[in-house]
Design a protein around this ligand. Sequence first.
Ligand code: KDG
Ligand code: MG
Length: 408
Amino acid sequence: MKITDARIFVGGPGKNYVTLKIVTDQGIYGLGDATLNNRETLPAAYLRDYLVPNLIGMDPRRSEDIWQFFYRGAYFRGGPIAMAAIGAVDMALWDIKGKLAGLPLYDLFGGKSRDGALVYAHATGADLQALMDSVARYVAQGYKAVRVQCGIPGMPTAGYGVADKETGDGDFITDFSGIRPKVEIWDTDRYMRYMPDALMAVRERFGPELKILHDVHHRLTPREAASFAKSVEPVGLYWLEDPTPAEDQGALRLLRQHSTVPVAIGEVFNSIWQCNRLIEEELIDFIRVAVTYAGGITHAKRIVDLAGLHNVRTGFHGAPSHSPVSMAAQAHLNAWAPNFGIQEYLVLGTPACDALFPSAHRMEGGLFHVSDAPGLGIDFDEREAERYSYSPGSHPVVRLEDGTMWNY
Ligand code: KDG
Ligand code: MG
C-alpha cells in the first residue's frame, strides 16, 4: 500500500483551517488538521515543502515509523509549526488505518471507556451581568461545565476571553482585519481584586453542581498566581488554567504549596518534553495539549499515558481555532483514555462547518458522542472548500498601562 497524493487546503467558515488529505493507491484516504491559529500558512508550507514530497510512495500503515522519520529525521526538531504539520500527517495515517481495519479509532486504542465525554463551553460577558446571562444560556442547553471570563471594572480594555461590549461577540481571539495586532491593556491589580468575587457570584447563582473553569491566560507572576489560587479556593473551581506562562515550570511549586485548586496547563506545548516535568512532579491536574500541535495522535497518546501514571487527567485544547478534524481525533482519545477529564468544545455544530466537515459526531446534553464510523469518522467536502480561502488575522498583543509588553 502506498501514498500517492497529499493535498493541503487552507480556509473555512470564518477560520483558516489547515486540512490535509492523504490519498492512497487503494482509494482509501485520510484527513488531518494542521491549524495553528494566526500562523496557519506556516504548517501548510512545512507540509507542502518538506513532509508531502517525502510522504509520496510511503506505506501509510507505518504511522509510527513515519512519525519518527519526520520528528527524529529533522535536525532542528519540534516547535509548534513542525509539530502541527507532523500532527496532521499522523491523524491522516490513523484515519487510513481505521478505515482499513473497518474500526473507529477508539477501538484501535483499546475501546470505549465511557459513552459520552464531558465538554465545556466558553461563557463570557463584558460585565458580570452579561456573563451570568451567558452562563445561563449554556446551562439551559444542558452544559454541565462552563469556562467563565468577564470584563473587569476600570480595566482599560477587555481582558482575555471577554466578549466585545458592543457586539457581544464571543469569538474574540482572532481579529481578521489584518496582520497587525490590536493592543489590549492589562492590569493585574484590578483583575486580582475583582475576579475572585465575580467567580464566587457565578457559583452562588448557579449552585454547587455546575463545573466552573477559569482561564488566566498566562497573565500572572508565580507569586500572584499562588495568591490568586488561594483566593478562589472557596469557589470550588473545576480548574484554573494557565495561571502563569509555563516556561518557568519550577515556579508552579509555589502555587502548589499555597493552594489545592486544580491547575490545567499545556495548550501551547508541542511535545512530551514540555509536559513531563509538570506531570512527573504532579504540579498540574489536567494536561491541555492538542493533537494538532502536539504531534498528532501518536505523540498525544504518549502524553496521555504518562499523565495517567501521575493522576493527571486530560483536558485537550479545543479553542475555536481547531478544526473538526482534530476535534474528531480528540473525541476518539477522549472515548478511550482511562484518565480522561474534560474536553473544551467549540467547533462543530454550525451549518457551514458541518457542510465542510460532515460527520456523525454529536454533542448532546453537555456530552460529546463520538462517531462509530471507521477511522476518524469525519469527511471533508472539497467542493464546499472552494468557497473559502486564507484571510490574514491576528491575536491581540498585551501591554501594561505604562506600555510594557505582557503575555497574551
Ligand atoms: O490561539 C489562541 C487560542 O487558542 C487561545 O487563546 C484559546 O486559551 C485558549 C483556550 O483556553 O481556549
Ligand atoms: Mg486557554
